[in-house]
Design a protein around this ligand. Sequence first.
Ligand SMILES: [Zn+2]
Length: 407
Amino acid sequence: MSKHTEITVRSLVALCLAAVMAVSVLPVPAGAATSGEIQKEIDALEEKNKAIQAQIDAVRSQYDANYSDMADIVSKKEAIDEEIALLTDKIETTNAQITAYGQLIADTQDELDDAEEELRTLSEQHRERIRAMEEGGSITYWQVIFEANSFTDLLDRVNMMQEISEADQRRLQEMRIASDIVTATRMSLESEKTELEGTWEELTAAEAELEEKRTESDDMLRELEKKSEEYQRLMDESEALQDELMQEIAAKEKDLKQAKYDEYLAKLALQGENPPSNASWTTPVSGYTITSPFGMRTHPILGTKRMHNGIDMACSQGTPIYATRAGTVTVASYQAGGAGYYVSINHLDGFASIYMHMTNYVVSAGQSVSQGQLIGYVGSTGLSTGPHLHFGISYAGTYVNPLAYIY
Ligand SMILES: [Zn+2]
């Protein structure tokens, strides 16, 4: 057991300074936001998420309204299509009727032509016969008489001539009546055909009107489809944004949990308890004797009760000092009348370690070190009475008992 008991007034001041410095050089865990700060960030993100959700809801209701407009137009269009189909049928039927009437009229015209031809022929024949009889005049009349064998025969011959004339007249009359009937039929057919043509024109106009309406519906539908696509795009964008936010919130909540745990550990440290650590720690020197433990002690120099922020590990001059855990060197410096040559390492999980009174160090600030890496040698620089390593561990800026981590 060795004691460090050299006393000077100057060193007392230095010791106080050293205590202040040792605390001031303690590392702050990297990126350490407090749980309160993280909670505020989460709250802000949640607000943003609410705003996006409101936006999505608004766009969705527009989308739905647009969709029902589209459904209306589609059903109207279907009605129009049905009407057009009906009209098309009617138009086809009318067309067929018109064609049939045209055929009937043509047939009637033929009949009429035949009848007129026959009438003309009959009329001509009759006229020929009459003319022949008249031209022959008395000769014919006398011939008829002289050629008669008897009076009875003569009467018969005169009667026959009259009968021929009467038959011709009757035949002509019949033919005229028949011709008149055909003419009347033809006119009636013509008028029915004209009526049908009128109907056809009306139907065709109605169809054209419906076609126009259908085209208008198609245009409106296209517009609404464009709108629908735009709404869909807006919703997709917002939802992508929302996904990102959700991921951010999830990450922050993980940070929050970690921060709360760290704060809990820091509170433990402040209460003088040792926060748990899952890391494996190794002793920085071998062949040591603890000459002064962690905690309140009667100061060997001042004789008053005060805190000792680490353990003093006495060992021979020049003993190699190794990093107790991997980390980043935050300080490698010299402090006269205090820590002497000393090194501080941040282990990046809230814990840091400090090594004092070296003869010299072999690392520099900012350097990464691995566990067990040589960082310096045991000496007695600064406020020290003999070769020893003052080894300290802190959590979130509060010194804790190193013996809780190294065995
Ligand atoms: Zn000490």
